[in-house]
Design a binder for this molecule. Structure first.
Ligand SMILES: *[C@@H]1O[C@H](CO)[C@@H](O)[C@H](O)[C@H]1NC(C)=O
Length: 239
């Protein structure tokens, strides 16, 4: 099965194989502070999301890192794509050394901002949690919806985490212990522009939106990198 990463292809000028169909697809607008760790990554328009993990570091997908330049901005503390929150310049960004852009294995990267986030009700660092099979979790993002390509308001849906074996049955050998997958229902799911954004379980970061198969909301699970599988790599790199 072909993996389609969830970056907004328009931003990087790539030709995208999968048709647009869906949003965070079938989602609802988030409440203020519901996802206090989410940030948008902008070039200058939002093309990926990430999660705050410390005063000056954000974790995202490696394929989002590939589109970052010195003029990319990180916006924290707002649910709106074009207002509120705080805007931060990037100073350092890199992929996992073993990221594979074909299989999307090790699809994780880090971004350092030039200044520091100020933590408050709508801006908080996240911890990591292992996504347990059958857990009900939530994915959020500003990606393409079934209504508009650029939603102004952050959207979210609930998803059920699948077991390792069920996830692997969709992908085969390209599915690793560093990944998970989750599903809501036909017509709902992550879509282009949701890349790098959070799958939240128990209020903590369980997944980083990585790729879909077929197209958005097509009745398949969405695939995520599990940050908890990369804690040593993260800690070694944000020193
Ligand atoms: C998840 O749910 C399925 C179906 O109800 C069940 O067979 C399985 O044992 C559950 N797994 C866990 C880890 O709870």
């Amino acid at each position: 099965m072909k993996q389609y990463c969830l970056i907004l292809a328009i931003t990087i000028g790539a030709t995208f194989g999968a048709p647009h169909r869906g949003r965070i697809f079938g989602g609802d607008p988030a409440a203020p502070g519901q996802f206090p760790s989410i940030v948008s990554i902008n070039n200058p328009d939002q093309f990926c999301d990430g999660s705050i993990i410390s005063k000056n570091w954000v974790v995202t997908a490696a394929h989002c890192i590939d589109a970052i330049t010195s003029t990319t901005t990180i916006v924290a503390g707002t649910n709106l794509a074009h207002s509120g929150g705080t805007t931060h310049k990037v100073t350092n960004w890199f992929n996992h050394e073993d990221y594979d852009d074909q299989t999307l294995i090790n699809d994780i990267g880090l971004i350092q901002i030039e200044d520091e986030f100020e933590f408050d009700d709508v801006t908080q660092p996240t911890e990591f949690v292992d996504p347990a099979a059958n857990a009900t979790c939530t994915v959020a993002g500003w990606g393409v919806t079934d209504v508009v390509d650029f939603p102004e308001e952050l959207q979210f849906i609930e998803q059920t985490v699948y077991s390792f074996d069920t996830c692997k049955s969709f992908i085969g050998d390209d599915f690793t212990e560093g990944q998970t997958c989750a599903f809501a229902q036909d017509g709902k799911g992550a879509c282009f522009g949701d890349s790098g954004g959070p799958l939240v379980c128990e209020g903590k970061l369980a997944g980083i939106a990585s790729f879909i198969i077929e197209n958005c909301g097509a009745g398949n699970p969405d695939f995520y990198t599990k940050p908890i599988a990369y804690v040593d790599w993260i800690n070694a790199n944000i020193q």
